[in-house]
Ligand binder design. Sequence first.
Ligand SMILES: O=P(O)(O)OC[C@H]1O[C@H](O[C@H]2O[C@H](CO)[C@@H](O)[C@H](O)[C@H]2O)[C@H](O)[C@@H](O)[C@@H]1O
Length: 396
Amino acid sequence: MRFQSDLGPMDLKSNHASPVLADQVPVNMSRLGRSSSLTPYSATYSSGLHLNIPRRRALSGKLDEVRATSWLDAMKASSPPRKKMNMDINLDASPAEVDALYLSWVKIYPSALTSFEQITNYAKGKKIALFLDYDGTLAPIVDSPDHAFMSSDMRAAVKIVASYFPTAIISGRSRDKVHEFVGLTELYYAGSHGMDIIGPLRDSKIPSNNPNCITSTDEQGKEVNLFQPASEFLPMIDEVYRSLMENTKDIIGSKVENNKFCVSVHYRLVDEKSWDLVAQRVFKVLENYPWLRLTYGRKVLEIRPIIDWNKGKAVEFLLDSLGLNDRDDVLPIYVGDDRTDEDAFKVLREGNKGCGILVSSAPKETNAYYSLRDPSEVMEFLTSLARWKKTEMATH
Ligand SMILES: O=P(O)(O)OC[C@H]1O[C@H](O[C@H]2O[C@H](CO)[C@@H](O)[C@H](O)[C@H]2O)[C@H](O)[C@@H](O)[C@@H]1O
């Protein structure tokens, strides 16, 4: 299966000249191993997915300076106001130029709504598996992370689509929090960027001796697989959460969120003049935690274990648990809006497995094949998918 845009097969390298900063930046290169009681480990489950702690390289002080500047640039560029677009685009562009840029971008990453027929043509005779990000995808981005509610219409759309296709929510939030927001029991949930997964129980390939994967029961008493590849990091994450709270408490507007296996430091409500202060404080705290790394999302710095695990691996894990991985008769669709969703888009693109749909109203470098402007278009897409399936079932 090969997805193709209106302009022909995707060639990411030639689409955009200047990719944004690489997000997998390990922190505290210089104090490697000083304060951690953890030893490097490598875990695996039998489908061939590996959890590796990457080797660290020493960085000079000069490089550290470059890194800090790059982070500030990245922080400024994340979730840009519409008139500024993002750092791939000329910052001085006028609204008309911005619109023109969007129109040429959407030719490369066509709307999943206007390309709906193309998508359902791929899906004919296949089983769709649906993966949905939460913030910015099912719920609009709002100032306060505690108030990122999804609408009841969106909930109804997710519920109906999940009645036709296996559906999972994959979020950077803690699994409990995102489950609470979504409020549907019929879905699978992966929180902490995939480091906390509740998936289906099957006579799966996961070896029973894998300490990160246990059989558990969900709130309904149903048996499920609980996979927590970063469980060893729990005390460290709690500690760093407290330390970040303490060290940022004087920065007005900053907010630290405990997402169980990762921590978010929000700066959406911080005066832009203090963004470098936020970055400095976060770097300072992380100096003591060589086994944690920093990534970023929409006006948020995210601190997480350095294990080789992400939303892409979570998609593979869930497909595997569902018995749907590496099958020609399966079409996984992943819908997400942020940098961490790119890992999932990449897995689907590289394995020619399925399609990623980026939710964005601004041009962005992406590994997705299609785009949707905002959560309201996501809702329309989900509703259309359910309607299409219903008709297909009635006519076959
Ligand atoms: O993977 P996701 O479900 O997209 O989670 C990523 C982060 O989402 C949340 O932060 C973002 O949404 C907030 C509410 O709209 C917004 O205020 C914030 O600026 C955004 O970055 C969540 O609060 C984070 O913990 C997640 O890491």
